[in-house]
Design a protein around this ligand. Structure first.
Ligand code: ARG
Length: 603
């Protein structure tokens, strides 16, 4: 009782000084929470249900609790005569707040809240001065691991890895914005039996391993293929390769050195892609966990989880028709043993509270199984939404125009660098067609082509729900119409150019002028701006970047609706409207930043 009363009090104090903390929905929830507890004290177990009103419906937010509360008090001698009356009381008991313009009841008790345009304007003004980081959501975790990209040494870094890189980077950026310390981890596949044949092949081709360079090896993928062919065809070589694995795993320094060389060459190739995409991550490959594996598997064993099965050591898990193998019949460790160890390390050594793995949905079973094993071992809580928490962020396939797995004409796996090159070339051509080569310096042209081209590739991937397959189509993603990065980047550049053309010093305006949201289109745009943080929070909690893309596209649509009916430069409302333009540009830029897209200021 006492705890409840204190909570009421603290909520009420918060409501009185309506400082906008960033999450608009949560602010509204707090108000209704207070009102609900006053209206029906018996209904404290009922959760406050607030949702943004659908477009065209009355109000900005709606509280849907009247019916639920009614069912709690009905037949218990209540003074209310039905849900609409409960709704009326919820509306009446809403604590006084400068946030609220009006509150009214519709139909069977829906309570519609209209926000005060003045308060909205004030909150946006404040953000313009204090910066958009003051809107950053707060998540219930301090440190997270995002395990993404994670290509395999010497094997091709395919489009699937591109998806993982793009999605993982965005998730990391959104979490970082939300004040979470993110350990960006590249779980590179740098260990395994394939290294036997790679090393033997390297010894054969380059007896002086020391001096081997990336250029000498050329394409590491081809190198891999050739060594594989030899492995399949030449029994002598095969035997040597198998022995090489044993020596490597036994720690033989010469084999270790050769292995390190191969990894290093691969690494420089990967680094080029990361650099182009402006993605930062730290490599802690599978081999990093080698020194810990035996202990970790030993711990699982001592907990009675590990059993013998056909010579291998496995963990049986309810709900799966195959057991999880943790030690192979030859005594070696595998992908699952490494992942269990990495999880142990991340929880215990790195003290991460949320670990997120970004791979294609094809690996879902692997993740579900070792997550389950970790729960069985007591490393993780039973409930999957409780922290420390693990999530597998799966994604679908990238398809070509023929609806099949995306490939190039030569039907080889698509090389990432080629894709990025083509995106850049195409966007450069489009810019030249618009005559930009005459207006801009070659550097400007190049930089813009890169921002637009790479941005287009990223956005085309991120805008879809990650679980669905999507079709890779240059023409579509580079179109300046519709929901594309090009359209959005151009929209942002146009806003910047309006501000420039006004000749006003926007930083000065922020300090001296007021923002007003008097017209419906201005208000709708302002409201959408204020929903930025709650959108990022939703995208984070559900690990869905497309939620943010959707928001960004809506934002530019709302801006267009505003701009197409209201004059900015030269109107009596010029100063206020320039501030609204600036706020839109600030939020758009933050969205671009979170999506890993470089904004363009001039078009
Ligand atoms: N290297 C793996 C692959 O290419 C992805 C690794 C994902 N991360 C992990 N902890 N299993 O399929």
């Amino acid at each position: 009782r006492l705890a409840f009363a204190t909570r009421l009090k603290s909520v009420a104090t918060m409501a009185a000084s309506q400082e906008f903390t960033g999450n608009l929905k949560r602010e509204v929830e707090k108000l209704f929470d207070t009102s609900l507890r006053i209206t029906v004290p018996d209904g404290t177990s009922v959760e406050t249900e607030v949702a943004a009103s659908l477009p065209g419906k009355p109000g900005d937010y709606q509280c849907n609790n009247a019916m639920g509360l009614w069912s709690v008090i009905k037949g218990k001698g209540t003074q209310f005569r039905g849900p609409p009356a409960v709704g009326q009381a919820i509306s009446k008991n809403l604590p006084a707040s400068e946030m609220v313009e009006t509150c009214s009841v519709a139909g069977p008790g829906f309570v519609n809240l209209v926000l005060s345009s003045k308060w909205m304007a004030k909150s946006i003004e404040k953000m313009l001065i204090d910066g958009i980081d003051t809107w950053a959501p707060t998540l219930p975790v301090k440190r997270a691991v995002v395990d993404f990209s994670s290509p395999n040494i010497a094997k091709e870094m395919h489009v699937g890895h591109l998806r993982s890189t793009i999605i993982g980077d965005t998730l990391a950026r959104m979490l970082e914005y939300s004040k979470v310390e993110v350990l960006r981890r590249n779980h590179v596949g740098d260990w395994g039996t394939q290294f036997g044949m790679l090393i033997e092949y390297l010894f054969e081709k380059f007896p002086d391993t020391e001096s081997v360079t990336e250029t000498a090896i050329g394409d590491l993928q081809t190198f891999y293929k050739k060594s594989k062919t030899k492995f399949d065809e030449d029994t002598d070589f095969k035997e040597k390769a198998q022995k090489a694995v044993v020596r490597l795993q036994g720690g033989d320094p010469i084999y270790r050195k050769a292995w390190a060389k191969i990894c290093e060459i691969s690494r420089t190739e990967f680094a080029k892609v990361y650099q182009r995409l402006k993605v930062e991550l730290e490599e802690k490959g599978e081999s990093f966990y080698n020194p810990y594996i035996a202990n970790v598997i030993g711990e699982l064993d001592s907990k009675g989880l590990v059993e013998e099965s056909e010579g291998a050591r496995v963990i049986f898990l309810e709900g799966f028709n195959i057991p999880l193998m943790v030690v192979k019949s030859d005594g070696g460790f595998n992908y699952a043993s490494t992942d269990l160890t990495a999880l142990w390390y991340r929880l215990n050594e790195e003290k991460a509270e949320w670990i997120v793995y970004v791979t294609d949905v094809g690996q879902q079973q692997h993740f579900n199984m070792f997550f389950k094993a970790a729960r069985k071992a007591g490393w993780l809580p039973e409930s999957d939404k409780t922290y420390p928490r693990v999530d597998h962020v799966g994604f679908g396939l990238v398809l070509g125009d023929d609806g099949k797995r995306f490939r190039t004409r030569s039907s080889d796996v698509v090389r990432l660098v080629d894709l990025l090159d083509e995106a850049k070339t195409r966007s450069k051509t489009a810019l030249i067609e618009r005559g930009k080569d005459k207006e801009w310096t070659p550097e400007e042209l190049d930089r813009t082509a890169e921002a637009v081209g790479y941005g287009a590739v990223k956005y085309a991937d991120l805008k879809n729900n990650r679980l669905t397959n999507y079709t890779f189509n240059f023409d579509q993603m580079l179109s300046d119409k519709g929901n594309t990065a090009v359209y959005l980047l151009y929209a942002h550049a146009r806003i910047c150019s309006i501000i420039r053309k006004s000749g006003k010093d926007i930083d000065e305006l922020k300090k001296t002028e007021k923002l007003a949201l008097d017209h419906p289109e201005e208000r709708a745009l302002g409201l959408h701006l204020l929903r930025f943080a709650e959108t990022v929070e939703e995208a984070c909690s559900n690990l869905l970047p497309n939620v943010l893309c959707h928001y960004l596209y809506d934002l530019s649509e709302r801006y267009t609706s505003f701009y197409s009916v209201h004059q900015v430069i030269g109107s009596p409302e010029e100063a206020s409207r320039l501030l609204l333009c600036e706020a839109t540009a600030v939020v758009m830029r933050k969205c671009f930043h979170l999506l890993g897209i470089t904004p363009v200021y001039k078009i």
